[in-house]
Design a binder for this molecule. Structure first.
Ligand code: BTN
Length: 262
């Protein structure tokens, strides 16, 4: 069933979200949001299903009708662009809190995942578009496994949905409006230089803080160390085994299973 956009709009109570566009079938909502002309900040593009939803590292993102797939277009102040990675953290935090409002205790995984019992519930892909040497927009693409009852075999062990967890169908309109309202509040904090509030919320809700992890960078280097902080640029701060503290802006984190008993 198509979401009722009027119902969603009625539930929105912040000044960021000003336009919502719904398409029944899309290649990818991020692609539409990146290519859209004459954009306004706060435009949201929703796709009923995505034919070629895009995940991190150019992976495919399975996007059937039962999920929630959308992208938010932002035009942050140019002085804040060095902190643009925080926008992904805001996306994840907003979904995390909306999930928590459904009485589900999920886990934030830096920088862009929400897990439940180690299975993926939500992923976020942020993309930047430049015009000349200026950033024209940031697109925060959010995918949440909402009402799937089954997953394809290759995802069955690693993914779950809110419906599977709750044992009942979730009202997507209400859930989306909740995410967008929370997002609006955190974005206002971002614009007002109150980034510490966002980082502190992240730190108090991510189980990886103070755990020993394996950090894999995109050039396939691996480091072992303890997660000690997140910076106001959204970087993960890891104290490596040799005592050296390093900051990472991107990469994959997994808990070091050999250290779980510590
Ligand atoms: C990840 O790999 O974890 C990120 C997945 C991001 C998926 C969302 S769904 C809505 C938006 N449109 C896309 O094509 N991708 C993002």
């Amino acid at each position: 069933m198509n979401p009722n956009i009027r119902v969603i709009k009625r539930k929105i109570n912040n000044s960021l979200i000003n336009k919502i566009e719904y398409y029944e079938t899309v290649i990818s909502t991020n692609k539409i949001a990146m290519e859209m002309a004459d954009i306004q900040e706060g435009t949201v593009v929703i796709g009923g299903e995505q034919r070629k939803g895009r995940g991190r590292l150019d992976r495919n993102w399975h996007s059937p009708k039962s999920g929630l797939w959308f992208s938010i277009i932002l035009k942050p102040d140019k002085n804040k662009l060095d902190k643009a990675a925080v926008l992904t953290l805001i996306g994840a935090l907003s979904v995390y809190e909306a999930i928590s409002n459904l009485n589900i205790n999920s886990d934030l995984k830096w920088p862009n995942d929400i897990l439940y019992k180690n299975k993926k519930l939500c992923g976020i892909l942020s993309q930047f578009k430049s015009k000349g040497n200026k950033v024209d927009r940031v697109v925060v693409g959010i995918g949440v496994n909402v009402n799937q009852k089954v997953f394809p075999e290759e995802l069955a062990d690693t993914s779950t949905s809110l419906r599977l967890i709750k044992g009942e169908k979730i009202n997507k309109e209400k859930f989306l409006a909740d995410i967008l309202n929370i997002f609006g509040l955190y974005y206002e904090k971002f614009e007002n230089n109150e980034i510490n509030d966002i980082i502190n919320k992240w730190k108090s809700n991510m189980s990886m803080l103070h755990k020993v992890i394996i950090f894999s960078t995109s050039d396939k280097n691996k480091y072992k160390g303890e997660v000690v902080d997140i910076t106001d640029k959204g970087e993960l701060v890891v104290e490596k085994d040799n005592g050296i503290v390093e900051k990472f802006i991107a990469g994959d984190v997994s808990i070091d299973k050999n250290s779980l008993s510590f």
